[in-house]
Write a protein that binds this ligand. Sequence first.
Ligand code: UD1
Ligand code: CA
Length: 451
Amino acid sequence: MTMRSCLSVVLAAGLGTRMKSDLPKVMHEVGGLALVGHVLKALQSAGSERVSVVTGPDMPTLENLVREVSPSAQCHVQTDRLGTAHAALAAKPALEKAAEDVLVLFGDTPLVTPETILAVRAALREGADLVVLGFEADNPFGYGRLLTEEGRLVAIREEKDASETERRVTFCNSGIMGFNGQHALALLEAIGNDNAKREFYLTDAVEIANARGLKVVAVTGSEAETQGINTRAQLAACEAAFQQRMREAALENGCTLLAPETVFFSHDTKLEPDVTVEQNVVFGPGVKVAGGARIRAFSHLEGAQVGSGSLVGPYARLRPGAVLGADTHIGNFVEVKNATFGSGAKANHLSYIGDASVGSKTNIGAGTITCNYDGYLKHRTEIGAGSFVGSNSTLVAPVRLGNGVFTAAGSVITKDVQRDSLAFGRAKQVVKDGGAVRLREKLQAAKDAKS
Ligand code: UD1
Ligand code: CA
């Protein structure tokens, strides 16, 4: 099947005042990615080649995000916010270049899937001039209602303009629309602002298209995909739905989640089959876990890679740049940042390993700290393979330990240690025979003298 040419316009200029936030609404995050980023990713997966994003004036963070997620997308600025149809027309330069399909999507509707976008395009391919993606809402309050007659989509009525009877309709507008490219610009330009909010409503395209004898259809999607975000409560509900989707996908892909409802994912979390995740684990952005690894309870991972067969946690923290080879162990209360662990390396208890490399099969004793920061600059600690870093070692970077090195427990290591050497960096122990008896006698005498 050959793909028809397509322009997608994503509306993202609205401030979302009900969020009570300094951030543009579409920059709020679900699964660690801005709402509009999800829409752009779905468009990419649906193979949409031309994408335009309508931003508000002075939204540099939004423009940066668009460049990051969809480098080929074009940004258009809507200077005054006069409604969704007015926003779509901000992309007029793009709309003037012919496309067979024109899609309009909202940046505040992040859970739409590529399959649903393709379903809207399929309806256009089958001859519709205007397609509206609708859904059955549990609570339709605030959504535009789809008014149908004998299966035909007649109009969309916004909450504020709806009559009592119309408000009882639960079939709602998701905001996603598809236009036959031949009619898109003309329909958008025919929309006026004669309504309760004095806004140019994209939804009015339906009545205008019907009046012109064009074919208007509604396609039904699921509420889980089409819920829009106007409030923090809706943002929280959307996050919950997103997490549910990620958990189901992980299980489907062959991971074991001991308590799925307690595991939290980012939009880009990658778990290979046969990964096991215990209870209460949080995956921040940028985590990859290879097969056979086990992430134990109460661990927090972000920007990290975990090699196959590794054991992480309980209570481990992997920060950005943590790269663990195969069969490594990172145990309780161990923090790893910007550090590589060779295969079979272990840090099982209470450590901070940052800006470091740890060779394969090296054991990092409990309480070991890399002192990577002197208050001005960060420095590296390099530890070779097959070494044994004694408990409570303090490794003052920059410092290098070769292969097969042994450091004594409690050492402060400030100088490089060559291969197969044993390093002591602590005060020598002194033992005085009977000294404890003499000390007790002295202390007792001092106490007696006082009373
Ligand atoms: C809109 C729809 C409603 C639908 C609901 C689905 C209209 C008139 N109403 O209502 O039928 O049920 O979405 O979630 O279309 N935007 C701009 N510039 C503007 C106004 C809005 O870019 O001037 C953007 C917003 O950033 C947002 C999107 O358009 O991403 C939707 O706007 P919003 O104000 O959230 O519309 P709703 O009231 O939710
Ligand atoms: Ca909305």
